[in-house]
Ligand binder design. Structure first.
Ligand SMILES: *Cc1c(COP(=O)(O)O)cnc(C)c1O
Length: 359
């Protein structure tokens, strides 16, 4: 059952990727044609060109046992500007500071905006590792093309981010329950109101320490609001891209859930009310089916699901463990086994090629 499911998910993923490749090639060609006509355009930025300005006013670091998500930021940020005229500018690491944007900027009016979420961990050996950042770079690049923002060299961006973390390495918590959250962001800064491709854009990355997603060892049940009147994403839409426009409208629904005593929203889709995601998380179902077999299920990547790195990692582990999943094991125990394996890799207790060394 398990094998069948993984194979099915893999087949779905492959079909999706096939379509995607055709699509991104078309976009690429459009860029190439345009960029090819002007030889001075910088089509890629390089980490080797990084300019670094160190902050003269380093901040005090928060207590790593009291971290709230997304409230604390490190001393520095990475910025890289792009324009259709000149292409990519040199990447800069500079003190964290406000942006200066024209009030007509397309990100503010038409949500030409996308982001990523990834983490770096301080291992038990004191080395700092990013977890599968190549998958985040891949996803970010895909979102950028869908937003008609320019492509970039994913390895170069990853190296710029590595350098940023190296500069702010003391901000990576000395803890095996906290980590450094990394928020790459890409916005259209076109200073005009036409609904069209942005000719100016800014890619920036901010980072900051965060606590554990789950309080240690707790697998407490949560109640979910499942109301088919609300839809997060739809076929043909951009639910599979991490674009800001997907998230603003969900806050109202999350508030509704809380009003009704629920912690999260279970997003449904279509006439059959199919399960898609929970809040901003992918969902796995672990149950005994009508034949009495134990199954692990997750919705396929049909365009309405955000292709999560965690989702992919659980599928990869489940596939790898295949014959080792004791069928009598109960749900929380399987979830705990997943969590243990992932955190062992993230905190360097288990060596893995899923991590990328920062320093
Ligand atoms: C970011 C996100 C996820 C999880 O992605 P990971 O790569 O596992 O962090 C899942 N669903 C939605 C809607 C998301 O925005």
């Amino acid at each position: 059952m398990f094998v069948g499911l993984s194979a099915m998910a893999a087949a779905t993923a492959r079909t999706g990727a096939g379509l995607l490749r055709v699509f991104s090639q078309q976009l690429f060609q459009a860029h190439d044609v345009r960029n090819g006509s002007r030889r001075s355009i910088n089509t890629m930025f390089k980490a080797a060109d990084l300019q670094i300005e160190i902050s003269k006013h380093p901040k005090e670091k928060p207590d790593s046992s009291k971290l709230l998500f997304g409230k604390s930021f490190s001393d520095h940020m990475l910025t890289i500007e792009w324009s259709a005229e000149k292409g990519w500018d040199k990447p800069l690491i500079k003190p964290l500071q406000n942006l200066s944007l024209h009030p007509a900027s397309s990100a503010l009016h038409y949500s030409i905006e996308l982001f990523e979420g990834m983490k770096a961990f301080r291992g038990i050996d004191n080395k700092i590792r990013m977890f599968r950042p190549d998958l985040n770079m891949e996803r970010m690049h895909r979102s950028a093309l869908r937003a008609c923002l320019p492509g970039f060299d994913k390895e170069e961006l990853m190296e710029c981010i590595r350098k940023l973390i190296e500069v702010d390495r003391e901000w990576v918590p000395y803890s095996d329950t906290a980590s450094l959250y990394i928020r790459p962001t890409f916005i259209g800064t076109e200073p005009s109101l036409g609904v069209s491709r942005a000719n100016h854009a800014l890619l920036f990355v901010i980072i900051g320490p965060v606590g554990p997603y789950f309080a240690t060892g707790s697998f407490n049940p949560v109640s979910l609001l499942a109301d088919p009147n609300f839809v997060r994403a739809w076929k043909g839409g951009v639910g599979d891209c991490k674009m800001g426009g997907n998230y603003g409208p969900t806050i109202y629904v999350q508030n509704e859930a809380q009003k009704q005593g629920c912690q999260q929203v279970l997003w449904l889709y279509g006439d059959k009310h199919e399960l898609t995601e929970v809040g901003t998380m992918n969902i796995f179902i672990y149950w005994k089916n009508e034949q009495g077999e134990v199954e692990l299920l997750t919705p396929p990547l049909d365009g309405t699901i955000l292709p999560g790195v965690t989702r992919q990692s659980l599928l990869d582990l489940a596939h790898q463990w295949n014959y080792h999943i004791p069928t009598m094991e109960n749900g929380p125990e399987l979830a705990k086994r997943f969590l243990k394996e992932l955190t062992d890799i993230q905190y360097g207790r288990t060596p893995s090629n899923w991590t990328r060394l920062v320093i």
